[in-house]
Write a protein that binds this ligand. Sequence first.
Ligand code: PAF
Length: 283
Amino acid sequence: MLLFKRIADLKKYLQTQKSTGKSIGFAPTMGALHEGHLSLIKRTKEENDCSVCSIFVNPTQFNEASDLEKYPQTPEKDIDLLISVGCDVLFMPNPEEVYPKGQLSDLKLDFGNLDKVMEGEHRPGHFEGVAQVVNRLLEIVEPDRLYMGQKDFQQFTIIQRMLVLTNSNTYLRVCPIVREEHGLAMSSRNVLLSPVLRKRAALIYETLSETKENMHALFPNQLKAIAFEKLNVPHFKPEYFEIIEGQTLMPIEVLEDVDYAVACVAVWVDGVRLIDNIILKKE
Ligand code: PAF
């Protein structure tokens, strides 16, 4: 695996790959890699000649300084894991390399409702930062295909819109959620949980699965209320539980009215913020 820290060196290498007709698949990450990330890299390898992964803890998408400070960083382990799945190129820049002129975004895109609800409502400025960094990374890597996880449902929906708004030639591929043994969606933040709570956090997936089981018997508002109550137990603090249309992210009143429905949730578990989702239907 080749490791690049400088944009100019990475670009030069990728240009030579592209000039020989090689396709580039790109998975952006913030490190602290787990099986979910590795599934993205494996897909980039299956579908492209050259797989590129970036590790960059992007400061502009953290709305709380303390969250950025405690974000896990395990660079040596990440490098070993990437080598183990055969990743071709790792880009690991420092903030000055990515934001040479400071961190203000000159990318002003109108995402309509997409960045106002759920994560957007609870993490002001978060998606502006995500769009800014993904756009910057795409300018640098210019991949044929971009790989993101379904766990961040709202994130990939916004990035998909960004690709359309910027007339990008990159295709987005969304990879399924990878779960721990008891059902908790894999996340870099899971290591911040105590072993006991990490196991108990399977309650989140259990609640999503129950919502799906009951979706024909109850209205979305009733499903939401039941889910919220189930998640409102000691050490857990549900922030939102929404049942939304999968493309517009608008709340759904009657499931039969839509073809694509998703339940999305954010829960604080002992100060660690976890998100997850389940596709209820996609016709
Ligand atoms: O999902 C993430 O890890 C980040 O939001 C991303 C897409 C790498 C941008 O910093």
